[in-house]
Design a protein around this ligand. Structure first.
Ligand code: SF4
Length: 509
């Protein structure tokens, strides 16, 4: 039978399950650039450039391998504007007898394809270690899921950092406690690897500048890899210059240092330019050959086979209801400064500013700065989720939604993580140099120039006391609250109220 294989923009892997077994003479591959996907949230223009350019390069590589590839550009006059629309059009035009595709990364898109009226042959996304079914079996009968236990399963399954007798290398599963160092002044981060835009990328840049000028985010510079070879170079660069210090400083933040020792491979990995098994194997080899310490290797591998696979599992287990989670009943709109970076809070200005400039911020900036602020300020989960999905180059719904709604906002009531990641300005001060040059004073909590995170933190703790006091991991926090003098609690509450009222009035902080 003549097959048509649809390949989506985040499925650019040569070993994609649905590409397996295609006959180059008889079958066809379809890739489509569509407005519905580019606009359903206002994606950062660099993210659109990345995906379209990587798709065009992938199509070219498939053609060079002899495949018959049909590629629909965004500005093709016959483009129907949606993935199901294009699939229907091409299936009919080519009279394909079978349509093959790999599971999507977005429930919304997968649902619309399943409803499109064509009989589809779905393939499991084998680029992940843990299939959707395997995760469901693991989660079955568990009231609360914990990443740590899932991660141990994945370590056993993959054999990564495992001793022959089935115990973890170094005697511990997790060395996170060693991965929380602030950045000393004497330590200098490597210069970031950059990739120049070739003719294909230049064309896409022109298209994106013309079509998405109203989306937030800069597209003045685009230096991200769009081919498998360049993604591999970015990875090699990290192995040589970033990995050894990655563990120690993975939670650190510093002014005007957008990347530090982070690999910045998440976008390339999430669209299929890199392979998770290869990355983990390389990191394990670096440890075994003595080039890096165990905490760096374990910390990196945990992000990939632990957290990344875990959030994907939760997403497919719980969608579509998961997206509606809002356990705190938040309704505050997202402040405008998330889209502009115009705030006096230096930590927020740094994290948002680099997100707009590079479509990138690392996990602690996302979790403990912009995410923490949204949690403390009671932002509606759907609004902050949309922001993360739009602004970050690596954000796809399966990874963004559980990370934001579950981990950042605790809006799923603790299904994904056992406690909210709420913190005052003290945490940001400990992990960064942001506070040193901020107009606000991190040591103050109720004064006029006090760090907004401080009063908002206690306001959050007080206003959700009923929900959170019983959580044993919050016990110390509530003990500290109870120790405060009544007058101090009142002053914190009043300042919190004043800051929230400013947000409600559309003012920046
Ligand atoms: Fe952020 Fe507060 Fe520090 Fe300013 S003082 S950088 S607002 S944590």
């Amino acid at each position: 039978n003549r097959r048509l294989c649809l390949v989506l923009g985040d499925q650019l892997s040569f070993d994609l399950a649905s590409l397996n077994g295609l006959d180059a003479q008889r079958d066809a591959v379809l890739l489509v650039e569509v407005m519905e996907e580019a606009r359903h949230v206002p994606h950062h223009p660099q993210k659109i450039v990345l995906i379209f350019s990587a798709m065009r390069h992938f199509a070219q590589a498939l053609k060079q391998q002899g495949f018959c590839v049909h590629y629909v550009t965004l500005d093709d006059p016959l483009n129907s504007g949606s993935v199901p629309g294009e699939l229907l059009r091409w299936q009919s035009q080519l009279q394909s007898e079978e349509v093959h595709l790999t599971e999507c990364g977005d429930w919304r898109l997968e649902h619309s394809l399943r409803e499109c009226g064509l009989p589809l042959q779905w393939h499991s996304d084998t680029r992940f270690l843990c299939s959707r079914d395997e995760f469901s079996s693991w989660a079955k009968d568990k009231k609360q899921l914990r990443m740590e236990f899932f991660y141990r399963e994945m370590r056993r399954k993959s054999g990564l950092l495992m001793n022959i007798d089935g115990t973890p290398a170094g005697g511990n599963w997790n060395f996170d406690a060693e991965n929380r160092k602030a950045l000393p002044k004497s330590v200098v981060a490597p210069y970031p690897a950059r990739f120049s835009a070739d003719a294909i990328t230049q064309d896409v840049l022109e298209l994106v500048r013309a079509q998405f000028a109203n989306h937030y985010g800069s597209v003045d510079v685009f230096d991200y890899p769009v081919t498998h070879a360049d993604a591999q170079s970015l990875w090699d660069y990290f192995l040589d210059f970033g990995l050894a210090a990655f563990g120690d400083y993975q939670d650190a933040m510093a002014c005007d240092e957008p990347f530090l020792f982070h690999a910045r491979i998440s976008a390339a990995l999430n669209i299929g330019l890199l392979d998770v098994r290869q990355l983990c194997g390389d990191v394990e080899s670096a440890y075994l050959s003595g080039r890096i310490k165990l905490n760096a290797a374990e910390g990196f591998i945990r992000q990939l086979i632990g957290w990344r696979e875990y959030v994907r599992g939760v997403y497919w287990l719980k969608m579509p209801d998961y997206a509606g989670g809002n356990v705190f009943g938040n309704s505050r709109p997202l402040p405008e400064f998330y889209w502009t970076g115009k705030t006096q809070m230096n930590c927020m200005r740094q994290a948002i500013g680099q997100s707009l400039e590079y479509a990138y911020a690392h996990h602690i900036q996302r979790l403990m700065v912009t995410g923490n602020f949204a949690l403390l300020a009671g932002i509606a989960p759907a609004e902050i989720c949309e922001w993360y999905l739009a602004i970050y180059m690596d954000a796809f719904d399966w990874v963004e939604l559980p990370n934001t709604l579950g981990m950042v906002m605790h809006a799923d009531g603790g299904y994904l993580g056992s406690k909210p990641y709420c913190a005052s300005g003290q945490y940001i001060n400990r992990m960064s140099d942001y506070c040193r040059t901020c107009v606000y004073k991190v040591s103050e909590s109720t004064a006029d120039n006090a760090c907004p995170f401080n009063a908002l933190y206690w306001h959050f703790i007080m206003r959700h006391s009923e929900l959170l006091r019983g959580n044993h991991r919050m016990g110390l926090t509530y003990k500290n609250l109870d120790r405060l003098a009544e007058s101090k609690r009142e002053a914190l509450w009043q300042r919190g109220e004043m800051l929230l009222a400013k947000l409600d009035a559309g003012e920046s902080l």
